[in-house]
Design a protein around this ligand. Structure first.
Ligand SMILES: Nc1nc2c(ncn2[C@@H]2O[C@H](COP(=O)(O)OP(=O)(O)OP(=O)(O)O)[C@@H](O)[C@H]2O)c(=O)[nH]1
Ligand SMILES: [Mg+2]
Length: 615
């Protein structure tokens, strides 16, 4: 057991990409978690496949390091939570902050505080956590560390920080090189100054070691061998694996529980332990019913701990059992039951997700914190062998004082000056309200409040319009009265008439009027969307049409046909593109777009009926 006064529990928080996981690499390396010359991949904590591919942290994770103070020779255990910076995963930050007593707030020395910085700082100030401000990436050519520090100070002020919080220690860092220093002019060589600040400025965990055991479960992990693991900080008391425990569920029900195994974190490993006490962060196995937000307590004194209220979802989509003509051809799990069980399982660890049943048994309403939040779930499901269809995302409206309100996003954009006009025009159409515009050195920073529904599909356009040079950040700002109707996609879909295989010849004749989403020799079905019409309104086309063979020399491969490369959409692009009468069909190997109504005649009838109703 580690002495309470020598434990430090910290979370690393920041806007997306400001260097949190990179800093953890170096904290691990400089405390001997890896041998001096051992090969270590970068961002080791980003261990799951989608984290690696997308280059972002999705799940908050625990690790710990040991640090010995050079002067006092005291040994400290520093438990570290690496948190995601992307706003869609902010729920991960909110709950994991319950485990710590202080935070390292990283701010990019060039970008300065961004919407994500504000969000995580507010949450940690509300919980009265001691901050250490780390101005990171001071090696950047465009770094402006002093200015950024002023901006951070302003941010603290605007969030109502008290005097003690305003007196935050500051460290300048290059997390990529493992360097931290107290002054910008210093020539740092290691993270020593940061370790010193952690042990001297972050308070040790409080809580009475002699009181009955209490731990709030803030994270759930799952392991095929150990089953479910409840992870949290020991709030008070001590625990031995032989102790009789209880779980207090969120609905107030108390249940007897047994500890099978217990672990503490050391570097990237979990070390099995038999006992632990107040302040340490531990993982407990053997409690298959435990969920996030529940309290594990001494059986003799079952008192629950309060959980943080996680902010509500803002975006919802229907997950529909795949009923396309190709259903079941690719995936292993395709039934209503498969889908329902998978979603229920997800709910047990994905705290900001909500799943509701609908009037139709094949349709589940799944709500989350943004397109990426839901996109990561859908991507995980298809990798596991699921097939499903998803509908166009809708924002979640709320009635506040009897006024219809909608979620608003705080948007910050950095673009070369030449694109400023285009961006302002585009966001104007999307009911964005410009708040600020600052130009310097050929770049402009624009600040907007935009309805979340106006941002659906914006990123794709923004990237094209700024030729890939623009940077877009946004975070949930709050609910505001409904801003009025918005038009969606102006171009129609190119819909396949037939079921069969696409043929270059058939496609060639259409390419002047459209952009294809498929290659030739792709299996298509009637009602499947094969491209985008260059004009308004859908166009039903025959892409399976082969050239009539007029003589023996003409073969199936026609050299004269040159096709433009198709736009093969990613899952997120497809989700952003579809309209209300369309689905994205997702299977392990395919992403297809389709009309909800496959039959052309039925579709025409339905759209006429809709037109009449709208008149
Ligand atoms: N120049 C420079 N780049 C850095 C530094 N630290 C990190 N980076 C780069 O910044 C990018 C993002 O780093 P990450 O560590 O993934 O950032 P993060 O804050 O963990 O990102 P999320 O978890 O997705 O929010 C990577 O390309 C890093 O190599 C630094 O000190 N200097
Ligand atoms: Mg990260």
């Amino acid at each position: 057991m580690f002495k309470q006064s020598n434990i430090r529990n910290i979370a690393i928080i920041a806007h997306v990409d400001h260097g949190k996981t990179t800093l953890v690499d170096q904290l691990l390396r400089q405390t001997g978690t890896f041998r001096e010359n051992q090969h270590m991949e970068t961002r080791v904590m980003d261990s799951n496949a989608q984290e690696k591919e997308r280059g972002i942290t999705i799940l908050a994770k625990n690790t710990s390091v040991f640090y010995t103070d050079k002067t006092t020779k005291e040994k400290y255990k520093i438990n570290i939570v690496d948190t995601p910076g992307h706003s869609d995963f902010a729920g991960e930050v909110e709950r994991t902050l319950k485990m710590v007593d202080g935070v390292l707030l990283l701010v990019d020395a060039s970008e300065g505080p961004l919407p994500g910085t504000k969000f995580v700082l507010k949450k940690s100030l509300d919980l009265h956590l001691q901050p250490i401000v780390v101005i990171n990436k001071i090696d950047r050519k465009d770094a402006r560390a002093h200015e950024v520090l002023d901006e951070v100070f302003e941010l603290f002020l605007s969030l109502g920080a008290n005097d003690q919080q305003l007196d935050f220690p500051t460290i300048y860092a290059i997390s990529k090189q493992g360097i931290a220093q107290l002054e910008l002019e210093d020539k740092g060589t290691s993270l020593e100054p940061l370790f010193d600040a952690i042990v001297s400025k972050i308070p040790p965990p409080t809580g009475d070691i002699n009181a009955p055991f209490q731990m709030l479960v803030t994270t759930i992990d799952y392991n095929d061998y150990l089953g479910r693991l409840g992870i949290g900080k020991v709030h008070r008391g001590a625990i031995h694996i032989k102790n009789q425990m209880k779980i207090i569920h969120r609905n107030g029900v108390t249940e007897d529980a047994r500890v099978a195994k217990m672990y503490t974190f050391e570097g990237l490993k979990r070390i099995e332990i038999e006992e632990s006490s107040v302040g340490d962060i531990i993982a407990i196995s053997g409690m298959e019913d435990v969920d996030i937000g529940e309290t594990i307590v001494d059986a003799a004194d079952p008192t629950p701990l309060p959980f943080v209220a996680i902010e509500e979802p803002t975006l919802t989509m229907n997950f529909v059992v795949n009923n396309s003509p190709f259903a079941g051809q690719d995936g292993k799990y395709v039934t209503t039951r498969n889908l329902q069980e998978r979603l229920m399982k997800e709910l047990r660890s994905n705290v900001s997700l909500q799943v509701e049943l609908t009037d139709t048994p094949d349709v589940f309403k799944v709500s989350g914190r943004g397109e990426l939040h839901l996109g990561v779930l859908i991507e995980n499901m298809r990798r596991e062998g699921f097939e499903l269809q998803v509908s166009r995302p809708q924002v979640i409206y709320k009635r506040i004082d009897d006024v219809l309100c909608e979620p608003i996003e705080h948007v910050i954009i950095d673009v070369p000056d030449e694109f400023t006009g285009t961006v302002i025009e585009n966001l104007g159409k999307r009911k964005g309200e410009m708040k600020n515009m600052i130009s310097s050195n050929g770049n402009t920073r624009l600040e907007f409040f935009v309805p979340a529904r106006g941002l659906i599909g914006f990123r794709n356009e923004f990237m094209t319009q700024t030729k890939g040079t623009g940077i877009l950040h946004h975070n949930f700002h709050g609910y505001e009265p409904f801003k009025g109707e918005l038009s969606h996609r102006t171009r129609g879909a190119l819909v396949s008439l037939e079921t069969g295989e696409s043929v270059a010849y058939g496609m060639f004749k259409l390419q002047d009027r459209s952009t294809f989403f498929i290659n030739p020799q792709t299996k298509v079905y009637s009602g499947m969307i094969v491209g985008e019409n260059s004009r308004e309104g859908d166009m039903t086309v025959n892409v399976c049409k082969a050239k009539q063979l007029t003589n023996m020399r003409a073969s199936g491969t026609d050299e004269s046909v040159r096709l433009e490369p198709p736009l093969l959409m990613t899952l997120e692009q497809a989700i952003e593109w579809i309209g209300d009468d369309e689905y994205v069909e997702v299977t392990p190997n395919f992403i297809r777009l389709r009309k909800k109504i496959l039959d052309q005649n039925e579709r025409n009838r339905a759209s006429k009926k809709k037109a009449v109703i709208e008149e």
